[in-house]
Design a protein around this ligand. Structure first.
Ligand code: FMN
Length: 208
């Protein structure tokens, strides 16, 4: 299953809602900034069947996820490793740290989660999946959340936070691992987007 560029009316409305509610400037990717007045005057609210699921090691993705969920009135699900990553674990400059070892040996990336399937999973038809970028791909603690759930019939909008890397192929790779679902292109946020969260573009959530 690859990222699906098809834009349904519902996805368009969801994206419009995200743009209109989250942004002071709505980034249209490399095409530049959309003026505020280009956004819908009254964006439709997303329904109760939207879930924002995320993994966050250091809080940046969590802040963005919280903002999106608040703005959409969506439910929130935190992907939590049974053994959380400490600051030392996350020290990618240390050759012997947990992340460095996992990065170098893919077999070590099978991260056990406290809960794989969110309550009421079958009731969600749109799921936003958030994660940090680690070495250019989605941080692997999200992997067992992706592979452990049935995405059939769900529209999926990936988003990431990173210092500088783009979303890259991270969403596509997750779509492949999921094996089903209508995966949209997704959107990247800068790590330092701040607590008020999402003051930069999210227009790329599969709507282009
Ligand atoms: C192990 C590790 C690897 C990272 N690799 C990248 C990278 O390849 N590109 C990048 O732009 N940022 C990278 N970062 C920075 C994170 O993507 C960024 O700080 C992100 O916002 C963290 O999200 P979080 O606070 O939700 O965990 C890395 C951070 C860590 C801890």
């Amino acid at each position: 299953m690859t990222a699906n560029p098809t834009v349904t009316r519902r996805n368009f409305l969801l994206g419009a809602a995200l743009c209109a509610t989250m942004l002071s400037g709505c980034n249209q990717g490399d095409g530049g900034q959309a003026a505020a007045e280009d956004q819908p005057a009254a964006a439709p609210a997303a329904g109760g069947n939207v879930l924002v699921a995320y993994y966050s090691a250091q809080g940046h993705t969590a802040a963005v996820a919280q903002t999106i969920a608040d703005e959409l009135g969506a439910d929130l699900f935190k992907v939590t490793p049974t053994e959380p990553y400490s600051d030392d674990d996350l020290d990618w400059t240390d050759d012997s740290s947990r992340v460095t070892r996992e990065h170098e040996d893919e077999s070590l990336r099978d991260v056990e989660l406290t809960q794989v399937t969110p309550d009421g999973w079958e009731n969600y038809d749109t799921v936003l999946v958030g994660y940090p970028i680690w070495w250019g791909i989605a941080a692997w603690p999200i992997d067992n959340f992706i592979s452990g759930n049935d995405w059939d019939g769900k529209t999926v909008l990936p988003f990431c936070t990173s210092s500088s890397s783009s979303l890259g192929r991270s969403g596509e790779l997750l779509a492949e691992a999921a094996g089903s679902g209508e995966w949209q292109e997704g959107q990247r946020f800068s790590s330092n987007v701040g607590e008020s969260g999402g003051r930069e573009g999210i227009a790329g959530l599969g709507l282009a």
